[in-house]
Design a protein around this ligand. Sequence first.
Ligand SMILES: [Zn+2]
Length: 365
Amino acid sequence: MKSLIFAAIKRGVYSQEMKTKSKTPILGHLSLALSLFLLVFAAQAKSKFCGMPAGGIYTRTAVPDDMPIALTFDDGPMRAHTPRVLDALAEHGIRATFFVSGHKIHRRSWHLIARMAKEGHALANHSWTHDTRMAIRQGTPEFHLQWLYAEIYLTQIKVDLALIAQDDADYTRLERYVFRDFYGKQPRNIQVKKAPHIYKRHEEIMQENGYAPGQHPVKLHWFRPPGGSPYLNPAKFPSADNCLFNDALAQADVRVALWHHSTRDSVPTIVSVEEKRHYAKLAAGAAQKHGGVILAHDRLIGRPLIALVKALVPLRDRLIVMDAPDSFSAPAADPAPPATEAAPSPTPHTDTPPHTAHTRDKTQR
Ligand SMILES: [Zn+2]
């Protein structure tokens, strides 16, 4: 039954059924019964998180002790901060995964994406606009699916352009051509109607550069929803919207990546350098004990960043980068390659069930 209703949502009839007003008492009762049934179903769907894509990281609980460790940085690229993060990682031979936001990749920051890839870090997707409420439906289900898909795929396109560009002038030329409809006009916004034109021009550019349709210099396999929503606060989001969100992720072929240990560097009340250093070391210590994903942001610079990176140096053999869809589907069968190797390579894994959803620390983003 759940799949029937989900199919109805995908076809866009769910809202119409809910809005139907009957003109006869019998039909009125039927309508009421249907509404009640759908409400009951919605409550069930909320608790079961319908259609949640398999293989993602939704929780920090139940981390097996032999899980690998991944250091991740969100919200970049940032011209003032990211170079300092990259310098610290290079100095200590640590590789990380950068969850980048599409609207932050432009002619003055594209080279940071190229540098991340060149220095052996993994690239991952943190959406185009960084809208923490993107799971809440806008317009019809069809429109919302297209909008969410654009949030994910336009970020992949920006990364592609940054990785094929030869220099500043070349990047600017590529961006002006592919994002013709966006260029200079509120690049933070998504214009859903124009997105298909961008996809087409991107495909042309990629083919000119020797890539087959659908092929990328680096495929962004992992997606971290801004603010962790709706997975951290499922009750705040309508269950039908959560279903649509999961559907969009499946369409874009990305896996959800929340985190297990936070450096708490985005908690507004933690301001002093000493406090930040303390929490950074605490996150590294928890990762040492349990393995799992460490969350930091490109803003974490200076002594707290150095403390975090230095704490991970003895754990380098357990560090992986999230460059493959199965990076975290199971504990590593073999040790991960040393972090100083030039090119990242996927770690072999065996199949185990994905993690289940749990509530997380709401202050961590
Ligand atoms: Zn973020």
